[in-house]
Write a protein that binds this ligand. Structure first.
Ligand SMILES: NC(=O)c1ccc[n+]([C@@H]2O[C@H](COP(=O)([O-])OP(=O)(O)OC[C@H]3O[C@@H](n4cnc5c(N)ncnc54)[C@H](OP(=O)(O)O)[C@@H]3O)[C@@H](O)[C@H]2O)c1
Length: 277
């Protein structure tokens, strides 16, 4: 057997088109950038280009790498009625508090990347909240490829507040039976090989190989690891997993493009909620 490729490109294009079609009033997303690293700059350019194509104004707000200044900027943007979505780009430069702590300054109604701890708390307690865009993208990709979740065993590798934990909550909400693994998990392969659906977000290139999956497993690879020759590779060793699993999302071209599209969809939702029915 050979795993079906669970591409995100078609889904991302459909979401972007749906957002572009629905934008009627001015919609603005503000991206706060406190670091100068090239990967962040590249990601912010990607968001900005996708937003422009969908008719969403994307304002880049550079701040000094200073906790007070970042918090003040997030408060100011949260209070600005012309701004509908606010993102704090991470990783932050060394020496600053964790991004989740600073993101507490983002109004949850504008927290389109689900970074404020209140958003995760609401998500965990079943209240309306924006999930982190990557976590929502994982679910959107599974739905797009019609992967059944209710009653199935979903294993999540990674427990970050950005990906692993919110994905686990979203899968639970969809009635999957969820196991979360992390760096202290003993015998990872013994657990992942029991998965019907395996979501990998560890940031370790090639962590998951053929021996970690079973013939019926659908694998979503969230990992994005830079290679020495300037490409991106996932957490899954595709060469050994493709012959062993039922489906695998590629890197690049899987979760990544859907994440950007979901951010735009969240921004539109935030704008619609602020404008009212
Ligand atoms: N495609 C996208 O749109 C997108 C968006 C965000 C992130 N990402 C990528 O997703 C990956 C994860 O991101 P993140 O922010 O969640 O990373 P993170 O904060 O570093 O968390 C990584 C998680 O993986 C676990 N882990 C690390 N090594 C492991 C191992 N050998 N076995 C089992 N678990 C292990 C860690 O366990 P402990 O908790 O025990 O340390 C931790 O919970 C990265 O490659 C990142 O670039 C992609």
């Amino acid at each position: 057997m050979s795993a079906v490729s669970l591409s995100g490109k078609q889904l991302a294009a459909a979401i972007r088109a749906e957002v572009a079609e629905a934008v009627a009033e001015p919609v603005k997303l503000a991206v706060v950038l406190a670091s100068t690293d090239e990967a962040s700059a590249w990601y912010v350019r990607t968001i900005s280009t996708a937003a422009a194509k969908a008719g969403i104004d994307c304002e880049l707000v550079d701040t000094k790498p200073d906790a007070d200044e970042i918090a003040a900027t997030l408060h100011r943007l949260s209070a600005d009625p012309t701004v509908h979505g606010v993102i704090l780009q991470s990783p932050l430069p060394p020496g600053l508090p964790p991004a989740q702590q600073l993101a507490g300054a983002i109004d949850p109604a504008k927290d389109v990347d689900g970074a404020n701890p209140l958003s995760l708390g609401r998500l965990a307690s079943g209240q309306p909240a924006f999930a982190p865009a990557t976590a929502a993208a994982v679910l959107a990709l599974l739905d797009h490829h019609q992967v059944e979740l209710a009653g199935r065993h979903a294993v999540v590798v990674g427990r970050s507040t950005v990906v692993g934990k919110p994905v686990a909550h979203l899968l639970l909400d969809r009635n999957a039976t969820v196991t979360v693994c992390h760096s202290r998990t003993k015998d990872l392969a013994a657990i992942t090989s029991q998965a019907d659906v395996l979501v990998v977000a560890a940031g370790r290139a090639g962590l998951i190989t053929g021996r970690h999956v079973s013939p019926g497993t659908t694998v979503i690879d969230v990992g994005t690891n830079p290679t020495e020759d300037g490409r991106l590779t996932g957490d899954v060793d595709a060469a050994s997993v493709v012959p062993a699993a039922a489906g695998l999302s590629p890197v690049p071209g899987g979760v990544g493009p859907v994440t950007t599209a979901v951010l735009l969809r969240h921004t539109l939702s935030a704008a619609c909620a602020s404008i009212g029915p």
